[in-house]
Design a binder for this molecule. Structure first.
Ligand SMILES: Cc1cc2nc3c(=O)[nH]c(=O)nc-3n(C[C@H](O)[C@H](O)[C@H](O)COP(=O)(O)OP(=O)(O)OC[C@H]3O[C@@H](n4cnc5c(N)ncnc54)[C@H](O)[C@@H]3O)c2cc1C
Ligand code: FES
Length: 264
């Protein structure tokens, strides 16, 4: 992992309140893999002492891209950065998505901005000749990740809660239909989506299902224990043991979403 003063190549609001930021950070890109994340310093000086974790959305030769929703002070500050500005980034961190050598057909399930790390995975998998099916669920069409930004050849299957694009409903309503064609399933989305997937776990049979967890993180390096969770293999740290875990390993009744309101 590297601490990089990364120059911003571009930063734009690609969807309402959702920003795509590309930074020059070849040192991080060189060892990054899909599902890993970086810790980004936000604010000037000691204004916001704790870095914010953001998933690696794209991996290029000369850097990485991040896709983030503005939810609080840190992400609001990041959204205001301009081309040429410098951001202080630490990473890559954590254990990402592992593509098993025997895998041929991947099913990727994105809830909202959870599409962020799955785009990097789709890109890597298609480059390796694997077949990728991407499902994206959102509240409404105005927030659906633009198809033109997806790796070429990926045509997403979409659901929206209001029926404004794709099938009306939740992504978990249509998921079952796509399980037979996949040998591995990867998901990133909000806690209710994971809980719904855990409830339907018998439908996955013995196919491994991997989920990327977004807990509150204070340090990203295993020092503060703020990201500790209970799993069937004992207590684990999302920052170091994850953020990717097997769906069946997590004790979902004990998982809680980050409390509302900024805390640091
Ligand atoms: C491994 C990992 C990868 C992530 N990848 C992405 C990503 O690719 N894109 C993206 O938009 N967000 C991602 N997040 C969530 C992101 O870290 C938070 O949205 C961010 O830290 C909020 O910072 P803030 O200062 O803007 O908000 P704050 O002012 O700190 O908080 C505002 C709101 O966001 C919630 N929040 C704070 N921290 C987190 C957190 N870690 N996870 C979820 N909600 C949080 C708070 O509870 C509160 O409701 C990821 C989180 C983790 C742990
Ligand atoms: S974020 Fe500090 S221990 Fe995981």
């Amino acid at each position: 992992m590297k601490l990089v003063k990364a120059r911003i190549i571009s930063n734009s609001e690609i969807l309402p309140n959702i920003y795509l930021m590309r930074v020059k950070a070849a040192e991080i890109a060189a060892s990054a893999c899909p599902g890993q994340y970086v810790m980004v310093r936000c604010g000037a000086g000691q204004d916001m002492p704790l870095r914010r974790p953001l998933g690696i959305h794209r991996i290029y030769k000369d850097g990485i891209a991040l896709l983030f929703t503005v939810v609080g002070r840190g992400t609001a500050w990041l959204s205001q950065r301009k081309t040429g500005d410098i951001v202080d980034i630490f990473g890559p961190l954590g254990k990402g998505f592992a593509i098993h050598p025997s895998s041929r057909n991947l099913l990727l399930v994105a809830g909202g901005v959870g599409v962020a790390p799955l785009v990097a995975l789709a890109e890597k998998a298609t480059a390796e000749g694997l077949s990728v099916r991407l499902l994206i669920g959102e509240k409404s069409s105005s927030k659906i990740y633009p198809e033109r930004l997806l790796p070429s050849g990926i045509k997403p299957v979409i659901t929206t809660e209001d029926g404004s694009l794709g099938q009306k409903g939740m992504i978990t309503d249509i998921l079952t239909k796509f399980i037979p064609e996949a040998d591995r399933i990867f998901a990133c989305g909000p806690l209710p989506m994971y809980k719904a997937m855990a409830k339907m776990s018998r439908k996955f049979g013995n196919k491994p299902v991997y989920v990327l967890l977004e807990t509150v993180m204070g340090c990203g390096v295993g020092a503060c224990l703020s990201c500790s969770i209970e799993t069937r293999r004992g207590r684990k740290l999302v920052c170091k043991d994850g953020p990717v875990f097997e769906l069946s390993d997590i004790i979902w009744d004990k998982m809680v979403a980050p409390a509302s309101g900024g805390r640091y």
